[in-house]
Design a protein around this ligand. Structure first.
Ligand code: SF4
Length: 278
């Protein structure tokens, strides 16, 4: 059985950068806390915790502590609150995500109704909505568009969660254009996401089985899996080698392996070794 590893799989530069910032900050000897997970991957979070970085869910007293802002960013309110509590802030927000926050903010100031194409519950989208003090419309599905509200919008600026599915985004955009006269679209899907989505559109057609590796909490991995599955029913989403099942590969001549943007190379190597053993 041939194993074909995606050329675009694994850490994107934003995740690599956030991890490097976190580890360098931990080395400084200060007490470091991160609000939520630095990236959506349990192995990476474990690595961070082992380096002495604590994961917190709520801000505490921040004197003599460093607060690490994760790759998905945080709203200005979080920055302000943390500073008030005495934290020193180290910002590991991906520059691509920071640009979306900025665009949304500027659009709002220019009198636009900000529309975000993205998952309502994803940290990045929540952060952008928080930044706009809740004044944004989030759309996550072309089949569930709040038409009544959309029809009331005269001027819209549309931004996209960095890891959204491009095809679905264009579908939502086309529907928005039917109802909103003045619409400015910022395609803020980041380049690493785009090239991964490009590759995942062909891999499932060229391989008998597809394995997508990444955390259940990783939005970009979910997207890769959804695309793969729509093209090849023998697509499986796993977090680590332990979830692989020998039966998946029965009769297969080739297997394609793709890893999400927050999946460490070591996890992918482990998975490939296990597939070889079948
Ligand atoms: S997926 Fe894109 S936006 Fe997210 S961290 Fe990576 S480069 Fe940045």
């Amino acid at each position: 059985m041939k194993i074909n590893l995606a050329t675009t799989g694994g850490f994107c530069f934003g995740v690599r950068r956030a991890i490097a910032i976190a580890l360098a900050t931990a080395k400084s000897g200060a007490q470091v806390e991160m609000l939520g997970d630095i990236v959506h991957n349990e192995d990476v979070v474990r690595q961070m915790n082992a380096a002495g970085i604590r994961t917190i869910q709520r801000l505490r007293r921040g004197e003599n502590k460093i607060l690490l802002i994760r790759a998905h960013g945080a709203s200005q309110e979080v920055f302000d609150k943390a500073a008030k509590r005495g934290y020193t802030i180290v910002d590991a927000t991906c520059p691509k995500v920071r640009r979306i926050y900025k665009l949304a903010e500027v659009s709002k100031h220019e009198g636009c109704e900000v529309v975000i194409i993205g998952d309502k519950n994803h940290d990045e989208v929540r952060g952008i909505v928080g930044q706009l003090k809740g004044n944004a419309l989030v759309i996550d599905n072309p089949k569930r568009m709040p038409l009544k509200r959309i029809k009331q919008i005269s001027k819209a600026c549309v931004v996209v969660q960095s890891t959204q599915n491009l095809d679905m985004t264009m579908d939502i955009l086309a529907r928005l254009k039917q109802h909103i006269k003045s619409l400015t679209f910022y395609n803020t899907i980041c380049k690493p996401t785009r090239i991964k989505q490009q590759e995942i559109k062909t891999m499932p057609l060229k391989n008998d089985v597809m394995i997508i590796i990444g955390s259940r909490t990783s939005a970009n991995t979910r997207r890769l899996y959804e695309i793969a599955r729509s093209l090849n029913k023998r697509s499986h989403w796993i977090q680590s080698r332990g979830e692989l099942k020998a039966g998946w590969f029965r009769g297969a001549q080739s297997v394609g392996v793709m890893a999400g943007a927050s999946t460490p190379d070591a996890t992918t190597r482990d998975v490939i070794d296990r597939i070889r053993s079948f």
